[in-house]
Design a protein around this ligand. Structure first.
Ligand code: NAD
Length: 434
């Protein structure tokens, strides 16, 4: 099939490349000229394991192309996917749908023959109806479908190829048939194909993300209780997660949840419910608790280092919201680092995905390009992101300051080992053994 992905970000680029890899003709469009230039010279603008190779393979096979020309790309495709961002509006909890509606207007302008228009972006209930309204002048040419995306950054290619479910929402039966054909290589390998109304599909995405955010927040709050009551949170996670009704995933205590989806989608769901005068009190308290968690973690740093942070050297290992991605959106680091620097600390950071533009303007914050130079002067090392290369660091060898401490926000290290090595070690929800 001939596909056009509008928006060549984490979702549009990965799903476009993977659609090409299963035999479709795909053009990925973006209005960011620099992204398209990079892609046309063989460089992926995002860090995602395996993506560069897959882009090259499909580009050379002429199944995948990149363009800034919306008109031409729309005209040459049968199915158009909207994959643009849907961030939170500044100063509110409402979803900014301006990018989505702008796409719909462009699609209306350039479409001459029948098209299936699929929203992959995460959008609130009723957005498909609004899009249909924008397209009403050429109503007969369009079938508007919702196909929310569930891929996770860092594991996006695997998630595309083996999704737990493919959700298709439409009010027209013929759309299910076409979408089933498109996804048939994945369905044939065992992925569940689930059809519902368009509004239903829109809500499934928000409900899933809000539920996962709730699980994380729940275990993080229990970690606070464990820290005070001398219980190991990992035993609680294991004991709870072994129950099939609960499941073990998203039950690991750590920093606040972050990333490009959970923070904005929890707010987006509350905002959508407000419009129907429904009070989602559970989701509201998840948002509040997650916000408070960042304060709690920074206060914990003060407890570890003493209340005066002036001239303390703090080294972050990892600043992205999770490993195997370069995405910094709503990462806990973006709140912790400015606070610590403002309080007088000198912060170094190292992240395998490179220096971050978001941290460049912060006074007293410095990027280091390897673990050793990042940590060698540290009073405190904060492990924020569990990248593989942080798993077995010989801290005693690389840190000059003999009194350094470690605050492990992912419980990556073994507390007993740390004790044996005389390292002052703090983690999340585990009894303090120092
Ligand atoms: N990132 C994820 O892990 C993930 C997972 C599932 C769903 N989603 C959802 O998918 C959507 C996209 O997320 P993302 O992370 O890929 O965003 P992104 O910011 O990485 O990419 C969006 C891209 O759209 C481009 N764009 C914006 N307006 C455009 C226009 N009019 N024409 C052409 N290009 C345009 C931007 O330049 C950008 O490159 C969001 O709704 C998000 O919630 C994201």
């Amino acid at each position: 099939m001939k596909l056009c992905m509008i928006g060549t970000g984490y979702v549009g680029l990965v799903s476009g490349t993977c659609f090409a890899d299963i035999g479709n003709q795909v053009v990925c469009v973006d209005n960011d000229d620099s992204k398209i230039k990079k892609l046309n010279s063989g460089i992926s603008p995002i860090y995602e394991p395996g993506l560069n190779e897959l882009i090259k393979k499909n580009y050379l096979a002429k199944r995948l192309s990149f363009s800034t020309n919306v008109k031409q790309s729309i005209n040459s495709s049968d199915i158009i996917f909207i994959c643009v961002g849907t961030p939170t509006k500044k100063g509110s909890i409402n979803v900014d749908l301006s990018f989505v509606y702008k796409c719909a207007k462009e699609i209306l302008k350039y479409t001459k023959k029948n098209k299936i228009l699929v929203t992959k972006s995460t959008v609130p209930i009723g957005t498909g109806d609004q899009i249909e309204n924008i397209l009403k002048k050429k109503k007969k040419l369009f079938t508007v479908v919702s196909n929310p995306e569930f891929l996770r950054e860092g594991e996006a290619i695997r998630d595309f190829r083996y999704p737990d479910r493919i959700v298709i929402g439409s009010n027209e039966k013929k759309a299910f048939k076409i979408m089933k054909k498109l996804y048939s290589p994945l369905i044939n390998k065992g992925s569940k194909f689930f059809t519902t109304s368009r509004r239903g599909a829109e809500l499934i995405k928000y409900a899933s993300n809000a539920f996962l955010a709730t699980k994380i927040t729940f275990i993080n709050e229990l970690a606070n209780l464990c820290e005070k009551s001398g219980i190991n949170i990992e035993d609680i996670s294991l004991g709870m997660g072994s129950d099939n009704r609960i499941g073990s995933r998203f039950l690991r205590a750590g920093p606040a949840y972050g990333g490009s989806c959970f923070p904005k989608d929890t707010k987006g769901l509350v905002s959508a419910a407000n419009k129907y005068k429904i009070n989602l009190s559970v989701v509201k308290s998840v948002i509040k608790s997650n916000h408070e968690r960042i304060n709690l973690l920074t206060q914990r740093v003060r407890k570890i280092l003493g209340s005066n942070l002036k001239n303390k050297n703090i080294s972050f290992l990892g600043v992205t919201f999770k490993p195997n991605t370069d995405d910094m959106r709503d990462s806990t680091s973006l709140k912790m680092i400015p606070y610590l620097c403002k309080s007088g600390a000198r912060v170094n950071y190292y992240d395998p995905s490179g220096e971050k533009k978001e941290l460049k303007t912060i006074k007293n914050c410095f990027y280091k390009n390897n673990i050793k130079s990042n940590c060698n002067d540290a009073d405190l090392v904060i492990l924020l992101t569990e990248w593989d290369e942080f798993k077995s660091i010989d801290f005693k060898r690389i840190i000059k300051n003999k009194k350094f401490k470690i605050y492990d926000l992912r419980n990556l290290y073994n507390a007993e080992e740390m004790k044996k090595n005389n390292i002052k070690y703090y983690s999340v929800g585990r009894p303090n053994i120092n």
